[in-house]
Design a protein around this ligand. Structure first.
Ligand SMILES: Nc1ncnc2c1ncn2[C@@H]1O[C@H](COP(=O)(O)OP(=O)(O)O)[C@@H](O)[C@H]1O
Ligand SMILES: O=C(O)C1=C[C@@H](OP(=O)(O)O)[C@@H](O)[C@H](O)C1
Ligand SMILES: [Mg+2]
Length: 176
């Protein structure tokens, strides 16, 4: 188990709808850290949601911007809690940059994630069959998530509050 390193960023990864925003918010609040989330941060910078950018400029431009957002957020001082866009794990340079970070992987079956993806309109639907889309993304990204994760949680059975508590315990974090 790695011990709590106050100088390391915490990065929450997983497919769309896995709860990255929810868990990151709880961790950032508990630790008194800044939270970075690609969706609201990019909306502020580019004036559009991820879904709108995918539609207007194409997925490649969107994913380049998401990768750049993560590179930038990883340089924050003091370190942030970062909800990383799901696409970023596909890039080798990003996986290398995540080496010193604490990486939390959230996952559940595609049908659970497909249902939760409908909670907002910011997410691009690259295909109308969300389960099929997630299954393809899982085939590409699953091995990378596995490679970079320090901790993994089943979000079908655990609530964000339980996950955040377990992360803080595992890191040996004790509130001041
Ligand atoms: N562990 C969980 N159990 C039940 N519902 C969850 C859980 N985590 C997130 N949710 C819900 O699922 C939806 C997607 O969560 P969100 O945090 O926005 O995911 P992401 O940022 O990974 O796309 C939201 O409606 C959220 O309230
Ligand atoms: O998997 C993808 O290609 C994407 C995932 C989404 O991010 P989240 O995983 O934060 O929902 C979305 O906002 C992003 O622009 C594209
Ligand atoms: Mg999110």
């Amino acid at each position: 188990m790695r011990s709590f390193d106050a100088s390391a960023p915490i990065v929450v990864v997983g497919l769309m709808g896995s709860g990255k925003t929810s868990v990151s918010r709880l961790l950032a609040d508990a630790l008194g850290r800044r939270m970075r989330d690609s969706d609201p941060d990019m909306r502020e910078r580019y004036g559009a949601s991820a879904a709108e950018m995918a539609e207007k400029e194409g997925p490649e431009v969107l994913h380049d911007r998401e990768a750049e957002h993560l590179r930038e957020a990883l340089r924050d001082e003091p370190p942030s809690v970062i909800a990383a866009a799901a696409s970023t794990v596909e890039r080798a340079d990003i996986r290398a940059l995540l080496e010193p970070a604490v990486v939390i992987w959230l996952d559940a079956a595609d049908e659970v994630l497909a249902e939760r993806m409908s909670s907002g309109s910011h997410r691009p639907h690259f295909e109308s069959d969300l389960r099929a889309m997630l299954a393809k993304q899982r085939a590409r990204r699953g091995p990378f998530f596995e490679e970079i994760a320090d901790m993994t949680f089943d979000v079908a059975t655990m609530r964000p509050e339980q996950i955040a508590r377990q992360v803080l315990n595992a890191l040996g974090y004790e509130p001041a």
